[in-house]
Design a protein around this ligand. Structure first.
Ligand code: AMP
Length: 426
């Protein structure tokens, strides 16, 4: 075996203890928040037909053109690992008559993009995403942004900024592209080589360029609303006014664009200072998407969980804190007692006591150490003598206090104390 065979594929990671404790916590808090907003979960397949993404995201989008894990299966079908969650949700919605407008769905799961791995950029990463289906409405957009801020706060994040802009209506798109192209025309020499090409083919992308020289030039352009019909700016102002009423602070980002053609009206990004070059925690917007022969409208967002973890890590949050220790740990005081201890253990578990044990034949002392390391509240010590009496020695690990407890009352004794703990979540 080569020495690196234990590594996962480049750009992908195992998520194990202790990190996984924080993942579980984020997921359970997200589910709690989604329930408050009456959003149902949807789990779509990780693999879809490739043309779903071509159509929904547009064949010119970078995620489709350059980053998709696309392949032919054994039957020659053209498939792809999902690079994002919205297209699959739209396919599902298209097939469920009557589940359109007003429906709200969320997903949590892995996405795949063949990007160059770096900090905050993985080839398998995870998103929590939400879709509110329905026609354009500033109320829905403001609620969707407010939900996202609620969720980030619930996760313990501070120091993020919400930047909002508009893509205008479908009819505005060509005018915006033409306007940017014309404004850049006389100044092509000031752009990076890539943007000189983009200025002709896809001028919106110039607004996204991370090169400082392009950024400086973009700052001098008029806001994109300058090229739109007045309705777009009014819609945006309605969203911002609602956010203000909700106490959600959001800044106007007149040159923010999002990479996909399907966006209409409100678009936004949430960035975090601690993330460095890849500072986007999340992106969202209102869209009209072609999937399975239908055009579906809605508003939604996706948050990158790896980046949330990076930001929490920078704020000093340690995943170990979210480990859930067992209530009790079974310790055998003597050799060959495991067959008698196992039924006691199973009985405790059947009654709801989370219980660990170690069958590797270690000494009593080593088992007690394992009990301590596990973080259990109690060690349940079982020896020949205890079994004869139908009892166990219950040792409270915080202070070493001990008592003999009949086996039939064991779960009650453990639960009393542990419920007291559970009543005061740290
Ligand atoms: P996007 O669909 O590109 O707007 O992505 C939404 C969010 O997913 C971003 O703001 C990131 O937090 C996250 N994300 C996107 N691509 C990656 C990646 N390659 N690695 C890690 N997170 C990502």
């Amino acid at each position: 075996m080569r020495s690196t065979d234990w590594l996962p594929v480049q750009g992908m990671s195992d998520i194990a203890a202790p990190e996984v404790f924080l993942w579980q916590e984020l997921e359970s808090r997200a589910r709690r928040i989604f329930r408050l907003y009456e959003i149902e979960e949807i789990r779509t397949p990780l693999i879809e037909r490739r043309d779903l993404f071509d159509r929904a995201l547009g064949e010119s989008a970078d995620v489709v053109r350059k980053e998709m894990y696309a392949f032919a299966d054994r039957g020659g079908r053209q498939l792809a690992l999902r690079p994002e969650g919205t297209a699959g949700v739209m396919r599902h919605v298209a097939g469920r008559a009557g589940r359109g407008a007003g429906h709200r769905l969320f997903y949590l799961g892995p996405m795949f993009r063949a990007e160059r791995p770096q900090a905050g950029r993985r080839r398998q990463f995870h998103q929590a995403g939400v879709e509110f289906l329905g026609p354009p409405d500033p109320v829905a957009d403001a609620e969707c942004i407010a939900l996202q801020v609620h969720l980030l706060r619930e996760w313990g994040l501070e120091g993020f900024t919400v930047r909002v802009n508009t893509r205008g209506a479908r009819e505005d798109h060509a005018a915006v592209s033409d306007g940017i192209r014309a404004a850049l025309g006389p100044r092509l020499d000031d752009l990076c080589p890539d943007c000189r090409v983009r200025a002709g083919s896809n001028p919106l992308r110039v607004l996204d360029c991370k090169q400082p020289r392009c950024g400086d030039l973009v700052e001098t352009l008029p806001p994109v609303t300058a090229w739109m019909k007045p309705g777009a700016a009014e819609y945006l102002e309605d969203v911002l006014a609602l956010l203000d009423r909700l106490g959600v602070s959001a800044t106007r980002a007149p040159r923010l664009v999002r990479g996909l053609d399907y966006y209409r009206q409100t678009i936004w990004e949430i960035a975090h200072d601690a993330l460095g070059a890849q500072d986007a925690l999340s992106g969202g917007g209102r869209y009209e998407i072609d999937a399975a022969g239908q055009t579906i409208g809605g508003v939604g967002f996706a948050i990158g969980l790896e980046r949330v973890l990076l930001a929490l890590g920078a704020a000093g949050v340690r995943p170990e804190r979210f480990r859930r220790p067992p209530d009790a740990w079974i310790v055998c005081a003597g050799e060959g007692l495991a067959p008698q201890a196992l039924p006691v253990l199973q009985d405790l578990r059947a009654k709801g006591v989370a219980c660990g044990a170690d069958w590797t034949g270690r000494s009593l002392k080593a088992q007690m150490r394992a009990a301590g390391r596990s973080g259990a509240a109690y060690a349940v010590v079982l020896g020949e003598e205890e079994f004869r009496r139908g009892a166990a020695r219950l040792k409270r690990l915080s202070d070493g206090a001990q008592a003999d407890v009949p086996l039939a009352e064991l779960h009650q004794a453990v639960m009393n104390e542990c419920n007291a703990f559970r009543g005061h979540p740290g």
